[in-house]
Design a protein around this ligand. Sequence first.
Ligand SMILES: C[S@@+](CC[C@H](N)C(=O)[O-])C[C@H]1O[C@@H](n2cnc3c(N)ncnc32)[C@H](O)[C@@H]1O
Length: 359
Amino acid sequence: MKPYVIKGIFQPGSDKYAERELIKFGVKNFTKNENFFEFVGHPKLLVKLNCKSRIFSGFEIKLMEGKARFAKDLQKLISQVKWSDFLTTQKIKIKADSFRSKLYHEGKIKEIVEKTLSGIYDNEATGNTEQKISVRIVENRGTISIDSSGEHLHKRGFAVLKEKAPLRETIASAMISEIYARDDIDHIIDPMCGSGTILSEALAMTYDLNIGKYRGFSFQNWASFPERNIHCFDEPSEKNNRKLKVTGFDIDVKSVLDSRENLSVFNESDYRIEKKDFFDISEIPDSSVILTNPPYGKRIMRTGDAVKIYKKLSDLASKGVKVGFLIPAAMKSKININVKPVFTFYNGNIKTDFLTFNL
Ligand SMILES: C[S@@+](CC[C@H](N)C(=O)[O-])C[C@H]1O[C@@H](n2cnc3c(N)ncnc32)[C@H](O)[C@@H]1O
């Protein structure tokens, strides 16, 4: 079996953590692009990455690459793919991107692909699964890729209850990666935990949780995929001596209940979630870190109230407490914080920084 050329797609801002993950999974040679890494790997690696990655949002495999200056070139590329290895009865969803190319109209590119595919793949779309295919044309060279993940990988399949403005699990994991290797920290506190994403991701990392136990992937529907039926979804978790405890607080009872439900896949002794106002928290043990995603954005909180929360976080930091939090870049000037972000990303359309103190 020939290895695949795999594209690991990540949210811009989390590239440092995505790269570390690839190295951890034994990938030695990779090239980095704007929002994906490209590398060569066998099907088993593809499965493992889908099941165990905490940072990547999805993995595609590259099926064909070549000239795509005119419609006929693109048709030729599509016809060269051995679709019978992948497609059975899935509904097809095509994503097209074009940069600096003669074929520039993405709707038109999709149309060409759909038409060409319908002549090759006798798909009556009877199945209830979807298969994403992506076509990317850069400077008149086209790449045809097929998605192996299905739903975005931040959807872990567990911890499914979500409160207002939940954080993407992949970003929560990037935040946790910053403190994970530190042996002076054994406890994560999220004082505004919402649905508990930071806490569930921290425990998922300590347990090396395999999301293949909780959700499906597109590669499971591929017609001939050697790893489709192996027991990789039961792959044992890595022996992990790193044990973190987590504590969550929230002022809102529903968030507390949702977080408890979301964390119930873990051992009860590893977590504690209580209703509490952040302004009533005083004692922070030395071996703890506060990691949090405070409320911001007009939709959920008045700016003045958000400022008070950020001021208290920054006061705690000035007293020596280990703190890491997300903050909209525009809010930084309001509370006079001027530290270099650990990473920056777009939370929806809000430019957001992750800042850490005493870490
Ligand atoms: C942006 S949400 C956190 C989302 C969370 N990271 C998640 O993924 O679900 C902010 C949370 O802060 C809580 N909150 C607002 N003011 C608070 C306060 N004074 N004390 C504790 N929690 C508060 C809100 O109820 C909300 O659940």
